[in-house]
Ligand binder design. Structure first.
Ligand code: NAD
Length: 486
């Protein structure tokens, strides 16, 4: 079946009717698979979100959690067709599409639990008959801007938390994957109908390109802008939000490394490296891009990797044995060709799509394009002689998202995870840098933007903190022992 025919059927199953000027093309064959209407009035959407906030913030958090529970149910029921649509529209293999929808379900479960655990603090006051507490209140409408490569999960990471925290969401999805967003919104609407009294404007989607994103970023009613995408985008969005003293959560590009030490289990390392470097056609923010191998094992290990990479099945992501699907579009192909030149190996899979064999590039020095994120499957290999050098190489790029080490030496793994080890937001041992679980906080340092989403205490970004001091005595002692005369 052509992607267009399959998309039509899936959209029908998911209850989505679309049509409009923004076309969606499947990276599988480059053909149009549907279209949506572009948002002409972001200002009104923000006004509706603000209106929704006024009532949603008053709904008890566990009741807000009920809406997220219903959303999780809708996602469970629609897991297979939504995952298929992800495959058709962004080209990831079916297993990864299913994984992405599962991530949405997982964060819904997490947020439902969180809705009864939005805890504050009780703080010891220095003054007699005083009590100090810290509590968390809803923040306001959240603007969520997402990238093409996780067309559904990143919205869920944000929306599930925002909803239980008392915040409406206005979503600006990537213009490359608008159909996935329509499908998610259809499921969200169904959950809201079942919920009963969700305010109009609680969950909205504004389709379009950069200008629609910019309008959202500039709207003063958007209390938090959570933006996922390239560092170039973050450089524009960050200062714009700061200008109006809004809050920003940036999830930007990565340039992730893995260190393979002499004590590593090489069979394990090989499998992990294969998936994290070649999987998703190198189009994950956490994709492994730099491999730092100890010189004593490098020659043999790199040979193993090369023969493994040569056997990777590149092709239609709907085929069960495909590991690597297409690049998103021609510009991604050009970006890869600009870096590796004519050594780029195009694979003749489906006419109209850009299919490439993941490349391994050996280098003596870490420089030039290795310091940048090229959103394509290129794995650079460097050699090192001692661990300090390997950690320095890991840290010597301007991005700070994810990292990992393969070692069976406790000292090496602890050193890698220590304060003088990896400088990334994520540092793993004996797994690759990609494929995070929702339970942990997700995000990275430096040019990755510093934001944290998903698990742990990331929910705090979606709320405002209030410190309260309560005097239950009849005197007025001042803090720091300050006295005054009347
Ligand atoms: P992109 O930066 O081109 O676009 C991302 C989103 O930002 C899109 O919705 C786009 O319309 C919007 N946008 C672009 N410029 C804008 C502006 N000036 N104002 C407001 N909105 C604007 O990224 P992409 O090509 O869709 O995705 C790939 C990039 O995303 C990679 O760099 C990848 O590492 C990164 N990414 C990061 C994470 C993370 O969690 N750190 C996750 C996924 C993707």
């Amino acid at each position: 079946m052509t992607p267009a025919d399959e998309a039509r059927k899936l959209l029908e199953r998911l209850g989505v009717t679309c049509g409009g000027s923004l076309e969606s093309r499947s990276p599988i064959d480059g053909q149009v698979i549907g279209s949506v209407a572009e948002e002409g009035d972001v200002t009104s959407a923000c006004a509706r979100a603000q209106e929704a906030f006024l009532s949603w913030r008053l709904v008890p958090a566990p009741r807000r959690g009920e809406l997220v529970r219903l959303l999780g149910e809708e996602l469970r029921a629609a897991k297979e067709p939504l995952a298929r649509l992800v495959t058709l529209e962004c080209g990831k293999i079916v297993q990864e599409g299913l994984g992405e929808v599962q991530e949405m379900i997982d964060i819904c479960d997490f947020a439902v639990g969180l809705s009864r655990q939005i805890y504050g603090l009780t703080i010891a006051s220095e003054r007699p008959n005083h009590r100090m507490i810290e509590q968390w209140h809803p923040l306001g409408p959240v603007g969520v801007i997402t990238a093409f490569n996780f067309p559904v999960a990143v919205w869920a990471w944000n929306a599930a938390l925002a909803l239980v925290c008392g915040d409406p969401v206005v979503w600006k999805p990537s213009e490359k994957v608008p159909l996935c967003a329509e499908a998610v919104m259809a499921l969200a609407r169904r959950a809201m109908e079942r919920f009963g009294d969700a305010p109009d404007g609680l969950l909205q989607c504004v389709q379009g390109g950069r200008d629609v994103g910019q309008a959202l970023v500039e709207d003063e009613r958007i209390a938090l802008v959570s933006a996922t995408g390239s560092t170039a985008m973050g450089r524009k969005v960050g200062p714009k939000v700061a200008e109006r003293f809004g809050r920003v959560l940036l999830e930007l590009g990565g340039n992730n490394a893995t260190i393979v030490t002499p004590s590593a289990d090489l069979d394990l390392a090989e499998r992990a490296i294969l998936f994290s470097a070649a999987g998703t056609a190198g189009q994950r923010c956490t994709t492994l891009r730099r491999l730092i191998v100890h010189e004593s094992i490098a020659d043999a290990f790199v040979e193993r990797l090369k023969s493994l990479f040569a056997r990777i099945k590149v092709g239609d992501p709907r085929d069960a044995d495909t590991l690597v699907g297409p690049l998103i579009d021609a510009s991604a192909f050009e970006a890869m060709r600009n870096v590796i030149g004519e050594t780029i190996e195009q694979v003749d899979a489906v006419p109209g799509g850009y299919y490439v064999r993941p490349a391994i590039v050996e280098a003596d020095v870490q420089q030039g394009t290795m310091l940048k994120e090229t959103f394509a499957p290129i794995l650079y290999v460097l050699r090192y002689s001692d661990l300090d050098e390997a950690i320095a190489l890991n840290n010597a790029v301007s991005q700070g998202l994810s990292s990992s080490i393969f070692t069976n030496d406790l000292r090496e793994s602890e050193r890698f995870l220590s304060a003088s080890g990896s400088d990334c937001g994520i540092a793993n041992v004996n797994i690759g840098p990609s494929g995070a679980e929702i339970g942990g906080a997700f995000g990275g340092e430096k040019e990755t933007g510093g934001g944290r989403e998903s698990g742990s205490d990331s929910w705090r970004a979606y709320m405002r903190r209030q410190t309260n001091t309560i005097n239950y005595g009849s005197d007025l002692p001042l803090a720091q022992g300050v006295e005054f005369k009347v």
